[in-house]
Design a protein around this ligand. Structure first.
Ligand code: FMN
Length: 375
């Protein structure tokens, strides 16, 4: 069901000269120039959240409740950010979270992102609702550590074919997102009448799609109850490591592991689903404790800087993920922009590790962090 050509974006990014990457010191520096390049409706989709966006604000603020506890006079002369994720080497404990519709940010879309990930040895998660197909992303970067993120579809056969296509295209893990039985209430999408048109490269066109409701129809599972037993079915479709994304409680983390998850990904979907939920960093430790080493634990939401990553590692995460900063970087400069963003983050993690007194991510422990105010 792959489409023959890449669908045209409804909101093409503006053509303005690329940013001077040498002047970008932190991934946050990409945000303002990205905004200049992106249509207002596309920005509403790419960056904004749900309801009053309390969860977006909370994600970054929650990180401020922690302080790092650096140890000195440790041998950090050969500090490395290298680590092992799902049993394979990764250049750093930070990967690219799945995000839909990269064509809203840059014409090269996901192809630029997967190539940048390959260049930097970082994990990249390709979304079901990508602007480029599963197969095209694989062909663009055969050697990238590519994971495929699954949104369950109304049509169970289509859902299964997505998983089988990902396995055939040698994606190395399946990430099933479970926090989206319906789309969060997103004021900004309604205000902008956001409607990307038939922009999803992986999905068959549906006659029933109505203008402005397409995104809702794509993900609304009210007629397809998605439950734990359905997760078991999905897991049986392909022999891939199985990651469950969108877990926010110790109870569900335990259930995910009982249902065969190799990794539990703590996330509130970047504040785009239910608003007024905890920040993922605030529930990370309880999830790590609940999982008791039976699965890896990842976290995302508001991760912008090296010390943010160190806090997550200290609380027990194997890896962290980030989405918006890489979309800003993509909008600003395509593949070189994403490479630059990944390099900044890697450099920040390396320096942070050395200053923390840890020669590698594996040496970071809970003693390296303390909470200074309640959640
Ligand atoms: C524009 C955008 C699109 C997203 N699309 C997806 C998606 O297709 N699948 C998914 O599991 N998560 C999706 N997410 C959520 C991210 O994977 C991630 O959980 C969250 O954005 C991390 O927070 P951060 O943006 O603050 O780093 C999306 C996030 C954004 C900003």
């Amino acid at each position: 069901m792959t489409r023959p050509i890449a669908p045209a974006p409804a909101y093409p990014p503006r053509e303005v000269p690329p940013v001077d990457l040498d002047a970008i010191a932190s991934v946050r520096d990409f945000e303002a120039p990205a905004r200049e390049r992106i249509d207002a409706a596309a920005w509403a989709y790419l960056v904004r959240g749900s309801w009053d966006e309390r969860s977006i604000a909370g994600n970054e603020r929650a990180l401020d409740a922690f302080r790092l506890r650096p140890r000195v006079l440790r041998d950090v002369s050969r500090v490395t950010t290298a680590t092992t994720i799902l049993g394979r080497p990764a250049s750093m404990p930070l990967g690219i979270a799945p995000a839909a519709l990269h064509a809203l940010a840059h014409p090269d879309a996901e192809l630029a992102t997967v190539r940048a990930a390959a260049a930097e040895g970082a994990i990249v998660t390709v979304s079901t609702v990508a602007s480029r197909s599963i197969e095209d992303c694989a062909a663009a970067a055969p050697d990238a550590r590519r994971w495929f993120q699954l949104y369950v579809q109304h049509d169970w056969d289509v859902t299964r074919s997505l998983v089988e296509r990902a396995a055939a295209a040698r994606y190395e893990a399946l990430v099933v997102t479970v926090d989206l039985p319906v789309l969060g209430y997103r004021d900004e999408l309604l205000r902008h009448r956001f409607d990307p048109g038939p922009a999803y490269a992986n999905l068959p066109l549906r006659d029933t799609w109505r203008a402005g409701r397409e995104i809702d129809e794509l993900v609304d599972l009210r007629n397809v109850p998605m439950t734990w037993d359905r997760l078991d079915e999905i897991r049986a479709w392909a022999p891939l490591p199985f990651v469950v994304k969108g877990i926010m409680t110790a109870e569900d983390a335990r259930l995910a592991v009982d249902h065969g998850a190799d990794a539990v990904w703590v996330s509130n979907h970047g504040g785009r689903q239910l608003d007024r939920v905890d920040a993922p960093i605030d529930v990370l430790a309880e999830v790590v404790d609940a999982v008791e080493g039976r699965a890896e634990v990842y976290v995302d939401g508001g991760i912008r800087r090296g010390p943010d990553v160190l806090i997550a590692l200290a609380l027990g995460a194997t890896a962290v993920f980030t989405a918006r900063p890489l979309l800003w970087a993509l909008a600003c400069a395509g593949e070189p922009g994403v490479i630059h963003a990944l390099r900044i983050l890697e450099e920040e993690i390396a320096r942070g590790l050395a200053l923390l007194g840890a020669a590698s991510p594996a040496e970071v422990t809970r003693d390296h962090v303390r909470r200074v105010r309640p959640a």
